[in-house]
Design a protein around this ligand. Structure first.
Ligand SMILES: C[S@@+](CC[C@H](N)C(=O)[O-])C[C@H]1O[C@@H](n2cnc3c(N)ncnc32)[C@H](O)[C@@H]1O
Length: 276
């Protein structure tokens, strides 16, 4: 088949008939190995046949619903770029609030001990480790595949103050004490119809769902956390849009003080926590 040469501007225009402009632009940047500025400043540059094929294959997969982050194999989180594969959840902007609230409770020059439960790509643990270079961070995940991606991210980002292990929540941490425990655990109810929509369809179920009410992982973490926190230590975790009140009740019943919930940018209570 003869290859019809098209320009950057034409490729974008064609792709935008099926997918949104930002997604098309990011897939084009990836296909050409260039940045946003290049796309803006070279609208008339022709795509090679290989670039064109790669780009329109990715556009077709995006039209079938695959998340852009999985198609290009990476995702921005906070101020770092993380490798992601379908073995890990794609880090969400809401989770940056968990990081912000954690950083507010840490002193940059103090050797805090931090635990991240359910680390996935390592987004939370590695961001905290980068921003608190004196801290020592432990990150665990039940999925060996996720642990291996998190370790790869630690290597790629050259972050050395983090230890990443496979484990079932606290199972490998007997006798350890932390100043801060953070978690973005699975919190979607098993029968939530959103699981069959959008990006969620492509993400690992074990990263998303937690029993009928979505609270089983949060209950487990709250029940055990006090054994692994120093006196005055904080537990902070992300949860679903309608779970804040239940989470604060669970925290108070487990002996936590200064309990709070904090909204995301949409005004939805998204992170709760308490102090031992
Ligand atoms: C919502 S994802 C969060 C991933 C990452 N922290 C983030 O915010 O992008 C939840 C993670 O918890 C892990 N997980 C599920 N059950 C677990 C368990 N029993 N023990 C440890 N990790 C678990 C999943 O494999 C998944 O990586």
């Amino acid at each position: 088949m003869t290859h019809v040469t098209i320009s950057i501007a034409q490729a974008l225009q064609q792709a935008c008939q099926g997918i949104v402009h930002t997604d098309a632009r990011i897939l084009l940047q990836y296909s050409l190995g260039v940045n946003h500025a290049y796309i803006l400043t070279h609208p008339d540059q022709a795509l090679s046949s290989a670039q064109q094929q790669l780009f329109f294959r990715l556009v077709a997969r995006r039209m079938d619903g695959e998340p852009v982050a999985y198609l290009i194999g990476e995702c921005d989180f906070y101020d770092l770029i993380f490798k992601v594969t379908p073995d890990v959840l794609i880090p969400r902007p809401e989770t940056e609030i968990l990081v912000e609230l954690a950083l507010m409770r840490l002193s940059v020059n103090y050797s805090n001990r931090i635990l991240d439960l359910g680390t996935g790509s390592g987004a939370v643990a590695l961001t905290l480790a980068r921003h608190c270079p004196q801290a020592s961070v432990v990150a665990v995940d039940l999925s060996p595949a996720a642990v291996s991606i998190a370790r790869e991210n630690a290597d790629n980002l050259n972050i050395n103050n983090v230890f990443i292990a496979t484990g079932n929540w606290f199972s490998e941490l007997s006798g350890e004490k932390f100043d801060l425990i953070v978690s973005n655990p699975p919190y979607v109810a098993e029968n939530d119809p959103h699981l069959n929509q959008g990006d969620l369809r492509f993400e690992p179920r074990m990263a998303l769902t937690a029993s009928i009410d979505g609270l089983s992982c949060i209950r487990t973490i709250i029940a055990a956390a006090s054994d692994y926190l120093v006196a005055g230590g904080w537990l902070l975790f992300e949860h679903g849009y309608d779970q804040a009140a239940a989470c604060r009740q669970l925290l108070e019943a487990a002996g936590f003080a200064e309990t709070f919930s904090h909204p995301d940018l949409a005004g939805i209570m998204r992170v709760s926590g308490g102090r031992l």
